[in-house]
Design a protein around this ligand. Structure first.
Ligand code: SAM
Ligand code: SF4
Length: 327
């Protein structure tokens, strides 16, 4: 099965487009800029996590060069992630550099710890889509999940980002017996602050790839619980959206990312660049090819190979934890 490039006309410009052999248009890139993190969310990383030494991470200019090349081949949306991306001292430089690329959307996924202080810099950049992971609205549960005391910092960052008119989404991994009782607290929070909340199914990735069922809550169960109390109005989304979204009768905006129970691999539009320069085809597979130090002339061949690695059927699990993949 081979991938191909296709020229298309968009806003009177000729641009390359990445299409795989199953007709999926690949236009999004997840950019992991570090695997280090100051939180220890128990489902994401072990307490004694090993991080890549900073001198081995892609440098600022390597990130910008690789991303710029990928934009020339059809990437038009990027989301910077980690580990915790804001831990990098040159995080704002990277965002400013990526902002100069002709992408339609630039976003970041963060635990919110450093976010409040850098919001003014982000406001002057193209990075207007901020996803903050906040698995609990309760200090004790937050501590139990993240092994940190940083609830206030994360919460205040979200409120401030919303005040500053960023597109803010709060991501919650729902864990049975741990935070699933907070479903309606998050719905209230969304209605009160006007922030979209998205409930993520725990994926069979990393520490819980085996004992997944003990914590797993399917999105459908959450929807049924909500429907007992509220009306849900479905919202339209792009066909490659990872979430399905609703407005609730109480004024909340909610979404569900049902990666396990309703996988969306058939519509996947994403590639992943790891913090050391590997271009990966899929979150569930370590398969990929190195782009670090690679001449742009070789990109077509590499892209063709990597697109050929994209599975259509869901791979069941991966032992590698999310902080190393770039969530
Ligand atoms: N540190 C940043 C953060 O927490 O937002 C960015 C990286 S983190 C790996 C990205 C997202 O992956 C977070 O929302 C986190 O909750 C999610 N995640 C980590 N492990 C997961 C798993 N096994 N299943 C589902 N989501 C997971
Ligand atoms: Fe860190 Fe994000 Fe993983 Fe939590 S989910 S440990 S914040 S990388």
């Amino acid at each position: 099965m081979t991938a191909k490039y296709q020229l298309y006309t968009k806003k009177n410009m000729h641009k390359k487009k990445l299409i795989d052999s199953h007709g999926r248009v690949i236009h999004k890139l997840r950019v992991q800029i570090t695997d280090a993190c100051n939180f220890r969310c128990f489902y994401c990383m072990p307490q004694q996590a090993q991080f890549t030494p900073s001198q081995e991470l892609l440098s600022y200019s390597e990130i910008i060069d690789i991303c710029s090349n990928l934009v020339d081949f059809g990437i038009d949306e990027m989301r910077v992630s980690g580990g915790e991306p804001t831990l990098r001292k040159d995080f704002c430089d990277i965002i400013r550099g990526l902002s100069k690329l002709p992408v339609e959307r630039l976003g970041v996924t963060t635990n919110g710890f450093f976010l409040k202080d850098i919001l003014p810099e982000l406001k002057d950049s193209k990075c207007q889509h901020i996803n903050v992971s906040l698995d609990s609205l309760d200090q004790d549960t937050f501590r139990k999940i993240t092994k940190t005391e940083y609830f206030d910092k994360a919460f205040k960052s979200i409120v401030m980002a919303k005040k500053m008119d960023f597109h803010v989404k709060v991501n919650i991994v729902i864990l049975r017996g741990i935070n699933d009782h907070e479903l309606f607290d998050f719905i209230k929070f969304s209605a009160q602050y006007g922030v979209e909340v998205r409930f993520l199914e725990l994926m069979k990735i990393g520490p819980y790839h085996k004992n997944h069922s003990q914590l797993f809550v399917p999105a459908q169960e959450l929807i049924e619980r909500i429907e007992d109390k509220e009306l849900l109005e479905p919202q339209s989304v792009n066909c490659d959206s990872t979430s399905f979204n609703f407005h609730t009768s109480s004024g909340a905006k909610i979404g569900f990312i049902a990666s396990e129970s309703q996988p969306f691999c058939g519509f996947c539009s994403r590639l992943r660049l790891t913090a050391t320069g590997k271009l990966r085809a899929c979150i569930m597979s370590e398969a990929g090819m190195n782009l670090r130090g690679v001449n742009k002339e070789l990109y077509p061949e590499i892209l063709q190979s990597v697109l050929g690695m994209k599975p259509t059927d869901r791979i069941d699990h991966i032992k590698q934890p999310m902080y190393q993949i770039g969530g």
